[in-house]
Design a protein around this ligand. Structure first.
Ligand code: EPS
Length: 362
């Protein structure tokens, strides 16, 4: 793999496999002086973790972050920050049967075609386990964005299968296992997921993420557009098959008279653009959605090939997520925060002297 690094000035490199001894990341370019302790990572890593409810994989990882570089007396020093999380609950035997098979819909086949070798245990590097380190790195980004700019990044599950929330209430999101914004619908989702799990199948989901407080000016046209980098960041998450900014694909059916976001001295009158114009933030909320495919590790038998080229029946056992989108809310938040932090630093580097330009639409 030649590219395990993300970002230009705030650069995150992740390493490790699902069943290796540890996963980790190196964060380069972090401003000095940010307060950072292992305890800062606990909340977001727990939000992303498996084994917390019956609706996600039963693997129970300690997910304890060791800070092995870049922090002195509780503050970042400007040197590379290295974070390490040891894998504590890998059960590699679960993968014996499929080590010589390619799960339909999984990266097993493409990794094999590319490298001629693969670590089949837990999906190796293609595992959702890798996203732990993105969330850890983004804890630093979220902190800096919040303290320095008042930027807040938060997300919710906006669709699971064909079920859509009837209400959108932020207060509900963190109080149920689905990050679902409609508390009244949670029992319906519980039954839906219980039936799905019993059936052995999986389902897709949509995650929406919103950044508030982003000032106008972040994003670098034309090859470093804020929306282009957000799309790349979201697409780099396992299982993501689509990304929308603002109205996204709904824009296809719209007329310009509707889509354009008009302005008054009181502010913008709508936000179809999702807070980004010409690849640069407008000062409105940045609105992003990602589509997650249904996971491919199923105990329902499927037709496929083994590594000898024979047609075989493929059945995946072990501990899997029937809807990986459920755990993806903190991961999408993380990727948006990483892009915003990187763009904020790049904006400061080039345009730090420009200051506030008149008029600013509130
Ligand atoms: C995953 C399969 C399961 C999940 C894992 C992602 O792992 P295992 O088969 O080893 O039990 O638990 O997710 C995590 C461990 C995590 O921390 O996100 C997969 O196939 O992607």
């Amino acid at each position: 793999m030649t590219l395990n690094t993300f970002g230009q000035l705030f650069r995150v490199t992740t390493f490790g496999e699902s069943h290796g001894p540890a996963i980790g990341c190196v964060v380069d370019g972090c401003p000095p002086g940010i307060e950072l302790a292992p305890g800062d990572f606990v909340a977001d890593l727990a939000r992303r973790a498996t084994g917390k409810t019956r609706h996600t994989s039963a693997r129970r990882e300690a997910d304890e972050v060791e800070i092995v570089s870049g922090v002195y007396e509780g503050r970042t020093t400007g040197t590379p920050i290295a974070l390490l999380v040891r894998n504590t609950d890998a059960r590699s035997k679960d993968y014996d049967a499929i080590a010589s098979q390619f799960r339909p819909g999984h990266a097993d086949y493409t990794y094999w075609q590319k490298y001629g070798i693969r670590d089949p245990r837990g999906g190796g590097r293609a595992s959702a386990r890798e996203t732990t380190m993105r969330v850890a790195a983004a804890v630093i980004a979220k902190k800096w964005l919040g303290d320095r700019h008042g930027v807040q990044v938060r997300g919710y599950l906006a669709q699971i299968g064909n079920v859509l929330p009837r209400e959108c209430d932020w207060a509900a999101v963190e109080s149920n296992p689905f990050f679902w914004p409609d508390a009244a619908q949670v029992p319906e989702l519980e039954s839906f997921m219980d039936a799905l799990r019993k059936s052995g199948d999986s389902v897709g989901a949509r995650v929406s993420v919103i950044a508030t407080g982003v000032p106008p000016g972040w994003g670098e046209p034309v090859y470093g557009k804020l929306d282009a980098e957000i799309a790349a960041a979201m697409m780099s998450i396992n299982a993501v098959k689509g990304v929308e900014i603002g109205d996204g694909f709904a824009s296809v059916a719209q007329h310009g008279s509707m889509h354009r976001d008009q302005a008054s001295t009181a502010g913008f009158l709508s936000n179809h653009a999702g807070g980004i114009l010409g690849g640069i933030s407008s000062g409105q909320q940045v609105l992003v959605s990602a589509a997650f495919k249904p996971t491919s590790s199923l105990r329902l038998p499927a037709r496929g090939l083994d590594t000898a080229g024979n047609e075989v029946e493929i059945v995946t056992t072990g501990r899997h997520d029937p809807c990986v989108g459920i755990r993806a809310v903190p991961i999408c938040e993380a990727m948006l925060a990483l892009v915003l932090m990187d763009q904020a630093l790049r904006h400061r580097a080039q345009c730090g002297d420009v200051g506030e330009v008149f008029p600013r639409i509130p």
